[in-house]
Write a protein that binds this ligand. Structure first.
Ligand code: NAG
Length: 444
């Protein structure tokens, strides 16, 4: 496979061995002509498209749940080794690869590796589906990992030209395990020279971002997310004498309605938040027996971090007051454990305005104006939020809604299909964000 030289790093904004931050090194005019040269990056990405699709298909067969991404990590390390890219393990199975000069500026590109406890029911050929019942790459992290390996290949091919250092972060446990936070704690935060910005993509199979487009926004793009589990206990008894018992079912039902009302009556209608009770367990086999215990569990989210923090107290208060009204004891747990895994909280994902602008600019220069969409924030959450709290960063949607490809099912559905024809665009975005950041930095 031949790789065309990355043109953008040619003559303009040259920094000698020590990387000079481009803010000093290029003017508005030269930076603009810089962007015009990003088509070379897209061509390089097209050259690795088949490689990326092949890897993505390999990973799709063997999905692994959070913190068990050992085979996936082995594939990542195998490919990096074959490319001659050095890497280290941080929060294994997490892997951080390094390409570039070894000096500042340093930019991080991130992919997540874990799959979901979903059984694949998609319409792709049987031999290409997940080979493991109850596990599926239903969020497309196989594609994210493959794209970052594609980016590694392109970046490695132009390594002598790079004016800085790229850390390629392959992280475990995005789906609720806060793998990103663990990687920060385990060393990513203190790597030297320090990381100055990070970038990530999420495939986005929704009509607002058809295949061929990308989308992002400045500021909050995804919600903060937490879980709650409320346990009501009280002495049950014969259902025919309710006045002598505590009815945990009525108490739980009241709590379902009362927690809903937090959002409708206590939050500003312009400040998006939600509280959803998704689990309600109570009672046993007998219809004439009142049980002793009702368990409610669910999720709560908000776009604003203060609102998100504030929701904790409201949920606790509503649960306690409802319990008191019905004579139940109450326990509220914000970090419930299910299947041996503790639910972690994710703060809102807030894009830095300069990082989002840079991502939009490189996208426009590669894909054209019409292909770059301004998107609205959404209520799902991402642990890339921890990176975005650490460094000025951008999360971008890689449009992947494609009727012809059958890619119209939502993320986390057993029918979900990833449109592979967009993967090279994701490679191009990773490479272009990194090289532009290293050569020109944030502008303005
Ligand atoms: C949509 O999917 C079809 C079939 O896989 C593919 O040929 C086409 O290139 C895709 N469209 C875009 C814009 O990527």
């Amino acid at each position: 496979m031949k790789l065309r030289a990355v043109l953008l790093l040619a003559a303009i904004c040259v920094a000698p061995h020590v990387a000079v931050r481009a803010d000093d090194a290029c003017t508005d005019e030269t930076c603009a002509s810089h962007l015009n040269d990003l088509r070379g990056v897209l061509a390089n990405a097209e050259d690795v498209a088949d490689y990326v699709v092949r890897l993505r298909r390999e990973l799709h067969l063997q999905p692994e749940l959070m913190w068990t991404e050992h085979k996936t990590s082995a594939v990542v390390k195998r490919e990096l080794t074959a490319m001659g890219v050095s890497f280290e393990e941080i929060s294994a199975p997490g892997v951080v690869a390094t390409i570039g000069s070894g000096s500042a500026p340093v930019v991080a590109l991130r992919a997540d590796m874990d799959a979901l406890p979903v059984t694949e029911e998609s319409d792709i050929p049987l031999e290409r589906r997940s080979q493991i019942p109850g596990r599926m790459h239903a969020c497309g992290h196989d594609g994210h990992t493959a794209m970052l390996l594609g980016a590694a290949k392109v970046l490695k091919s132009v390594e002598p030209e790079l004016r800085g250092t790229v850390r390629l972060v392959f992280q475990p446990a995005e789906e609720g395990g806060a793998g990103a936070r663990r990687m920060l704690e385990d060393g990513l935060r203190v790597m030297t020279p320090p990381i100055e910005s990070s970038f990530a993509l999420h495939n986005w199979p929704y009509p607002e971002t058809p295949s061929g487009t990308v989308g992002t926004r400045s500021g909050t793009i995804m919600a903060g997310s937490g879980s709650f589990e409320i346990t009501f206990t009280g002495a049950g008894g014969h259902a025919a004498v309710p006045h002598k018992n505590v009815d945990v079912v009525v108490c739980g039902a009241a709590a379902v309605m009362a927690t809903q009302t937090i959002v409708s009556r206590l939050t500003d209608p312009l400040d998006s938040a939600l509280v959803s009770t998704t689990i309600f367990k109570a009672g046993g086999e007998a219809s004439n027996v009142m049980g002793d215990r009702a368990v409610l569990a669910g999720t709560f989210r908000a776009l604003d971090k203060r609102t998100f923090e504030w929701l904790h107290g409201r949920i606790e208060h509503v649960a306690a007051a409802t319990g008191a009204a019905h004579g139940c004891d109450v326990n509220v747990d914000f970090f419930p454990v299910s299947n041996g895994v503790r639910h972690e909280e994710y703060p809102p994902t807030v894009n830095d305005a300069r990082a989002a602008t840079l991502a939009r600019e490189v996208a426009t220069s590669m894909f054209g104006d019409d292909a770059v969409v301004d998107v609205a924030p959404v209520m799902p959450a991402e642990d890339f939020s921890f990176f975005a709290e650490e460094w000025p960063s951008a999360m971008m949607w890689l449009g992947a809604y494609n009727v012809t490809a059958g890619a119209t099912w939502p993320l986390h559905s057993g029918k979900y299909v990833l449109d592979e024809s967009v993967l090279h665009r994701g490679v191009a975005m990773h490479v272009a964000y990194a090289t532009e950041f290293m050569s020109t930095g944030f502008r303005g």
